[in-house]
Design a protein around this ligand. Structure first.
Ligand code: NAP
Length: 352
């Protein structure tokens, strides 16, 4: 049981991110003081949406310069905080050097932030934004899980530096976080494991998230020949913010928490958007045949390799979100609302 004093500041790493944006909004609306740790506090473009949110809410925001790869750089931002949200980690599938671009910031960054928590006496709880990627790599991993469903008890054992390194980075980081949490008694660790996050970006014009890239690819004709019928899970970025908030402030929050609104597929997502936007955007509504995807996939996205196609196309994705409903009180909004609001935010920001 950990109770967080709401008069104390709350630190958020990676506050500029797509996922963090809605968390910061929620914290500000709750009247809290947010210590936003960002790589470049002088980058006004990346901070504009956060400044705007702070101006409209009862809470306040202060920026601190910090980098995952720079030991000690979170010290100032963490000072006086009881609650630390560690969301920062690169989410990109197209990388040249996975060790440098994904594993190092995820793993060393987690070590850096959590070591700082142990050096900061005020810290009582750390909420880590992990991922369902720390639970599974391919949709076939769902089938191989007990009863064919991913639960918090399942760990990713199939990703590696050379195969789906993003999933590997999230697995290594979360494992390290649990190891570090168990080695001390000052703060407790609550982990949030979201599946694919979609929904309106507050930072639509500056988002670096792969979630935004995927939506852009549905709009810009990259996939006009068809979409891979890959089983995935989807959660709304706004529902995820509620989950982060509950993970931080609910005294009984604990362990890993799958945050997944819908067991669906990339094809189903495209079909929803096609029905809504077919007049204006070349959103596909058909599946790209598996053989063709094996040929063109690697050209569109490095992560779509032949083994990936084999283990994901036409395979159902299933996860159990019962813990998030029961213990974090999450109700998930409809998939249509998530996707249409996502697309509309990108249209409004003239990104697509
Ligand atoms: P994002 O918008 O690209 O956010 C990534 C954040 O990490 C940015 O704020 C970025 O800061 C920060 N960052 C990256 N490298 C850093 C470094 N070396 N030092 C300091 N900060 C660094 O991606 P996102 O989708 O919001 O992802 C946020 C978190 O959610 C990640 O942990 C991701 O694994 C997790 N997650 C995302 C999804 C999803 O579908 N989007 C699903 C499950 C879990 P800059 O602005 O300075 O680049």
């Amino acid at each position: 049981m950990t109770t967080i004093d709401r008069s104390k500041p709350v630190m958020v790493t990676g506050a500029t991110g797509y996922v963090a944006g809605w968390l910061v909004k929620k914290l500000l609306e709750e009247g809290l003081t947010v210590h936003a740790a960002v790589r470049d506090p002088k980058n006004k473009t990346k901070l504009a949406h956060l400044d705007e949110l702070a101006a409209k809410s009862s809470g306040s925001i202060k920026y601190y310069k910090a980098d995952l790869l720079q030991p000690g750089s979170y010290a100032e931002a963490m000072e006086g905080c009881e609650l630390v949200y560690h969301t920062a980690s690169p989410y990109t599938l197209n990388v040249k050097d996975p060790q440098k671009e994904l594993i190092d910031p995820a793993l060393k960054g987690t070590q850096n932030v959590l070591a700082q928590a142990s050096k900061t006496p005020s810290v009582k709880r750390v909420v880590l934004t992990s991922s369902c990627a720390a639970i599974y790599t391919d949709a076939t991993d769902c089938q191989n899980a007990p009863n064919g469903v991913l639960t918090e008890a399942v760990w990713n054992t199939t990703a590696s530096l050379n195969y789906q390194p993003y999933s590997y980075s999230k697995t290594l980081a979360e494992k390290e976080a649990w190891k570090m949490a168990e080695a001390q008694g000052q703060w407790d660790l609550v982990v949030v494991n979201p599946c694919g996050v979609f929904g309106p970006a507050l930072n639509a014009s500056s988002s670096t998230s792969e979630s935004t890239n995927l939506m852009k690819q549905l709009a810009d004709g990259t996939m006009k020949m068809g979409v891979p019928n890959i089983g995935i899970g989807v959660v709304d970025v706004r529902d995820l913010a509620e989950a982060h908030f509950a993970a931080g402030f609910n005294p009984e929050a604990n362990g890993r928490n799958i945050i997944a609104g819908h067991n669906t597929s990339f094809l189903k997502m495209a079909q929803i958007l096609h029905d809504e936007y077919e007049d204006k955007y070349p959103v596909p509504n058909k599946a790209l045949p598996k053989w063709l995807l094996s040929l063109v996939g690697p050209m569109v996205n490095k992560a779509i390799t032949r083994p990936f196609v084999k283990k994901n196309v036409n395979v159902e994705w299933k996860a159990d979100n019962a813990k998030s409903k029961r213990e974090l009180g999450i109700t998930y909004r409809p998939l249509e609302e998530t996707l249409v609001d996502d697309f509309q935010a990108l249209i409004n920001a003239k990104v697509i």
